[in-house]
Design a protein. Sequence first.
Lengths: 669, 322
Amino acid sequence: MSGTNGKIKIGFYICHCGTNIAGTVDVQKVVDYAATLPNVVVSKHYKYMCSDPGQEMIQKDIKDNDLNRVVVAACSPFLHERTFRNATSQAGLNQFYFQMVNTREQNAWVHLDPEASTDKAMDLVRSAINRVAFHKPLEKKTVPIKPDVLVVGGGIAGIHASLTLANAGKKVFLVERDPTIGGHMAMFDKTFPTLDCAACILTPKMSAVKNHPNITMWTYSEVVSVDGYVGNFQVKVKRKPRYIIDDMCVGCLDCIEACVYKEPRFYNEFDQGLSKRKPVYMPFPQATPQLVVIDPETCIWFKTGKCKQTCVESCERKAVDLNQEATFKEIEVGTIIVATGFQSFDARKVYYYGYGTYPNVYTALEVERLINASGPTSGEVVLRDGSRPKSIAIVHCVGSRDKNTNLWCSRVCCLYSLKLAHLLKEHTHADIYNFYIDIRTPGKMMDEFYTRMAEEGVKFIRGRVADIYPDSTDEEHRRLVVKAEDTLIREIIKVPVDMVVLSTGLVPRDDAQDVRRMLNISCSTEGFFIERHPKLAPVNTFTDGIFLAGCCQGPKDIPDTVAQAGAAAAEALALIDLGYIELEPNTAFIVEEECSGCKSCVPLCPYTAISYDEEKKKASINEALCKGCGTCVASCPSGSIKQNMFEDEEIYSEIDGILNYQMEEALCC
Amino acid sequence: MPDKPKLAFYWCAACGGCEESVVDLAEDILFVVDNVDIIFWPVGLDFKRKDVEKYADGEIVVSLINGAIRSSEQQEMVKLLRRKSKVVIAYGACAQYGGIPGLANEFEKEEILKWVYEDSPSTHNEENVRPQLNYKVNGSEVYLPELWNVVRPLDKVIDVDYYIPGCPPSSKLLKEAVLVLLSGKLPPKGTVLAPDVALCDECSRKDTKPTDLAFKEFLRPNLSIIDPEKCILSQGFICMGPATRSGCGALCVEGNMPCTGCYGATSRVKDQGAKILSSIASNIEGKSEKEIDSTLNGIPDPVGTFYRYSLAGSILRKKVSI
């Protein structure tokens, strides 16, 4: 390995990145400038440094010119640091003799003035060239990956990812917050564009999850903390009390029958409140697991402490346990798939559509339940007063594509609106009016589906609905008027209808920010979790080992969700089957003869990697436990802890390079 | 005695303690005098500036200069001594970092002059007379040195070869330094002639320091009693020991007082105050802003506590009015 002795010889390269960099930064000027800097023996520019010819150029220069340091100014290190490190090491040089300068994302892309941008590029380059001279040869360490996977969320995304992994022989922990898995898809009747039955697709997968020997399914449970890092996460899961002993309950439902409430009278979440349930209930007949749950918010025993406890008596298997308490499970996994899904936009926020005021205004999800054969009306589409609608308006883009609510297109609403139009027509033979801004039906078989609906006689009116109000000519005050501008005929039209369906958009979960913080991943401004790169790493997050699937990453339909879940599972498998991960050698170490043994660092280490050696009376760092956070380095009062890749001279020389001026004695005299 | 190496002592903005430390050599001063020729020492011997001027450049072997630099006179004198000396040693905390006089950098020059000549309760100066730089009297002109805007350590004014830290340096360090210089085996330029390990290393109470300080409150030695057996920092008194060079033998701690940091930082630390602040703040037990604030309220004067000797030479350097 060259470069440890003798003269420092730096090769400098700046990438055009097509015109991404060269369009703003004068690369020739930067090259000429870099050539004048100390220790630089090669200074070149090239159209695409990351390409094979670009990498080969570096390798040839290393050999021909006996280079022992390499600096490349190109894109973000996130994208190609690994590429150039590999190129460096393949030429026989330690890969940590390489330093990358980000002159695309942090320069060319964010500046308009070519001259200032070029100056900035030179500052950044000078800084890296200063720094790289102090680099030391380091070796990456590897740690084994724990093969188990945590899947958070038991909707179709979490289900598909879990099954894929379990079928590949990996142990999966599937944690679901609700009493059953299935998510939103379990509420649907049919799916677009094939109109096949949602339950027929989903329920076999749900029972496959439950019965799979490799899947530990924890419903009615929440992940409460995640520590560690890729390959070695420590996860704590809270299992909320169901007040039912899992192993004893066979789902006979006798306890529901026996409940002191003779009639169901509480809001049924699964039916969007269109039906009632008892305090002891099963969310829906195909719920998985087939276990009842007691809701302490409505159960009279929990509310008043007084109840005959007929449910307890009724259970022959003694499965009801009103004294049950939350339990906590601690697991260790190597990778995590986040599939926490979405929630429907709250239609009350668009107050002028009258949801919550006019009983005949429904959300799309409510209509999904109305249409569903196992729904509150057994598939009979009737209004709240029991009458059958003869005309129905479907209002698109409620909480989507609207600067008053959310800017994004929720992607699925046009298609589910078409599906609901078809199903409502099939169930009621009513006239159906779709009020849309644009019909967006991309994807396989999707536009064909739209054409089919048009042919079926569904009416399409191009215009955002401005107002919905009761029809004053209707003596029974049930009919509603939908007012909109038909932008194709440029006229304000008012359509009287019996029923309005609001096609609500998909929004992030209310607690997405909490989940983000717990997992140390990122959210976009909208609140959906951000993928690492939309094209290069679409299911990865910025935290290694944590992957995204489904609508928590952004609105998408079931086929895309399942595809993404498969991709997330594949990414997890790739890590697991590699068996180990390479860690940056950015660990801290104590220079023993310099340590005074003041112990200040010992309690600060978040990974308990520092201990105090009573015999030597010095602190020492266990490198295997050190994650390179730098806390001890910054806090050591005598400067006796150093960190690889971040030694003082590296950082100070970098700062000197950026600032490039000598401190004037400006304050004196 | 033309063969003996010539040695000069000089003082700038200082209290006189460094001079005391020379006297503290006691009988060892005889050894010094046997081996060197003290050719300039305003405190101890009657030499004048012209006596220094007459030497050839570099003829003085060593000048030991204590005190910070704040006036035109100090600047002139140290530049003269620099020219005449082979080796210049910044002697003591003030020369090395600015020391106690460096705390004046917390104030603007005008604030200081106004307080001293006008506002302080003991001042009676109805016409608000201020000293003038020159004054004509009886046909001749007298001069006063000019006060600069800022206090500076010696090495911000002249090139310094070595440093002997302390307020004042221990006589042991001085004796060792003289021995090193006489031996001719000079250490690399810029070396601080003291151990490069923090004070805890030689502190007799080291073993009583717990691994988790978890500060709940900070105490001050003028208001609370210090347990003479236990680590002083662990009792909640700010002790600068962990961020301060050893070499004094933990004298203050032996006297049951916390280290105030006069030996300065180790060679690896750029800013002693920032370092100890970082360490102590990290070890506060409270995690909420309110708890942290209430703990930190026990340190009413952070600059005077953490930068007592090092302000002028620190990254903070001085108050800047914007």
